[in-house]
Write a protein that binds this ligand. Sequence first.
Ligand SMILES: [Fe+2]
Ligand SMILES: [Fe+2]
Length: 167
Amino acid sequence: VRRHPALHRLTEEHHHALLQARRLREADERTIKARTQQFLTRWRSEIQPHFREEETALLPCVCPPLQAGAAPVPEVCAYHVRIRRAVMVLQRAHFADDDAARLAAAHDLAELLEEHIRQEERELFEALQEALGDEGMTALGEHLTAWETGASDVLGLPEAGEETDPT
Ligand SMILES: [Fe+2]
Ligand SMILES: [Fe+2]
C-alpha cells in the first residue's frame, strides 16, 4: 500500500531515526563515544519530539477508529516506554564515561528503535490507512499539521473511513 501524504513527514522522520539507530548499532570502541553524543543530540532535537507527536497527537486522534486496546496501539506505546528507558540507560553510561556500558546500551537501544519503526511503518500506518480511508487520512494530516504548528484551536478529529470495495 502506498503511504498517504498525511504520513509522509512522520515516515521521513523514521528514515532519519533509522540512520541514527544504524550508526549506534555499528559503533565500536573507537566510535561509540562520538556516536552516542550525536545520538543524544538527535534524540533531544528530533526523535523525542517525534515520539511526543505520536503519543499526544497521532494516537489520541486515531483511537477510535483504531481500538486503543487492540494491536498495534498497545505495542507502539510499550515500545515508546522501552525506548525511553533505553535512552536513559545510554545517557547514564555516557555521563559515567563508561565505554563498555555505552556500547551495550547503544546496541540494545538501536535494536529496539529499529524494531519499533518497522512495526509502525508495517502495522500501525497500514492499519491507519485502512481504518481511516482517504478522507479520514486527509483530516489526520490536517490535525498533525495543526499540532505541529501549535494551532491547536483548529484540531479536527477524523472519523472512520467509509467501507470501500477494494476491487
Ligand atoms: Fe513511535
Ligand atoms: Fe514513529
